[in-house]
Design a protein around this ligand. Structure first.
Ligand code: UT7
Length: 333
């Protein structure tokens, strides 16, 4: 059964660091080529933080842009949720830094770690908080500085990742299953048996940071790329079909699918199987690489600001990633 919640997007914002890492930057450091990277991933360039920039600074910039877009004051925000796997520090939550910096009241602020599915997990959580009637406007942020945990000696993974943040202000609406702004369906899934397929082994309670972990580069991301790829192709299609089917919609009813941006080939494979035109499958991977939980909110902000979607349009978000996790949310703007 589809799960309908009356919520609307009141504003969106994004932030990416100015420093660009193009494919040539990798060619100058590693045994790789621009052609290999383009063909295997679709990535042309990504953004990377420099000293002084961090997951919190990107989140704060995206949040302020979302407030301006929604024409809201920080005082209007009743909760802040940051989805991230590259937090400002181990604790407190990145959301605490955001709450202080944007000048919000002493409202609930916390992080969610569900990797590349994190933004959808946070969005669905916020929608439920709004549905209960105790919150009005919730700032939902997906933010990452993946370049901080990328192993630039591992050519199979380092070419993929970039930094960025996207923010969405979610508010209650009168929308229901047949009309108005609403979330019309969602799915949140996980399978922890794949938890070491994509992870950072050291730096947590299992293997605290030490000289050994640094020497063995265990504080960097490790990924079984081919296995994750197979999982992603399968789950992407399954999720889209399941989420739309339950809501009684077909792929042609959708104005835009905003998928997690991990590999252009994964996105293309889903697009072809769903029979969608290129214009209805959003991508930003060419410019930003894989930004994990930031990729979908960056996309939402882009399609809203560029006028590619309008009120009443159906948008489907779908993501998969470490955990393993996978998640989808279908909304009517
Ligand atoms: O966001 C969350 C989840 N993450 C993902 O969804 C990522 C999923 N995985 C992928 O996107 C792909 O698996 C990669 C892009 C990481 C790798 O692409 P692939 O087509 O699966 O390549 P592969 O790992 O099967 O490697 C193919 C060949 C190998 O050489 P041999 O053994 O065939 O001689 C690799 O050593 O490509 C080689 N290779 C490279 N060559 C040039 C691997 N990385 C590179 C490189 N440049 N950077």
């Amino acid at each position: 059964m589809p799960k309908v919640l009356g919520v609307r997007i009141a504003g969106t914002g994004s932030a990416t660091p100015p420093r660009v890492l193009d494919n040539q930057w990798f060619v100058s450091k590693l045994d790789t080529t621009d052609e290999w990277i383009r063909e295997r991933t679709g990535i042309l360039e990504r953004r990377a933080v420099v000293e002084g920039e961090s997951t919190a600074t990107l989140s704060i910039e995206a949040a302020n842009n979302a407030l301006a877009n929604a024409k809201m004051s920080p005082k209007d925000i009743d909760a802040i949720i940051v989805a991230t796997i590259t937090p400002e520090c181990q604790f407190p939550a990145t959301a605490s830094f955001v709450q202080d910096a944007i000048g919000a009241r002493t409202v609930a602020s916390f992080d969610i770690a569900a990797a590349c599915s994190g933004f959808i997990y946070a969005f669905v959580t916020a929608a439920h908080m709004l549905q209960a009637g105790t919150f009005r406007n919730i700032m939902v942020i997906g933010a990452e500085t993946l370049t901080r945990i990328t192993d630039y000696e591992d050519r199979t993974s380092c070419i993929l990742f970039g930094d960025g943040a996207g923010a969405v202000i979610l508010s209650p609406s009168e929308g229901n299953a047949s009309s108005g702004s609403a979330m019309l369906n969602f799915h949140l899934h996980s399978d922890g048996s794949g938890s070491t397929m994509l992870w950072v082994p050291a730096g947590g309670s299992r293997l605290p940071a030490s000289n050994m972990t640094v020497n063995e580069r265990l504080h960097f991301m490790k990924m079984q790329g081919r296995e994750v790829y197979k999982f992603a192709v399968k789950k992407m299609l399954e999720m889209v079909e399941e989420t739309l089917g339950e809501a009684g919609l077909r792929s042609e009813d959708i104005a835009m699918v905003v998928p997690h941006q991990s590999n252009k080939r994964i996105i293309e494979s889903a697009r072809e199987k769903l029979g969608l035109p290129e214009s209805k499958m959003y991508t930003n991977i060419e410019r930003y690489g894989n930004t994990s939980s930031a990729s979908i909110p960056l996309g939402l902000d882009d399609i809203r600001r560029s006028g590619r979607v309008k009120n009443g349009d159906y948008i489907l978000m779908a993501a998969f990633g470490a955990g393993l996790t996978w998640a989808s949310a279908l909304i009517r703007l």
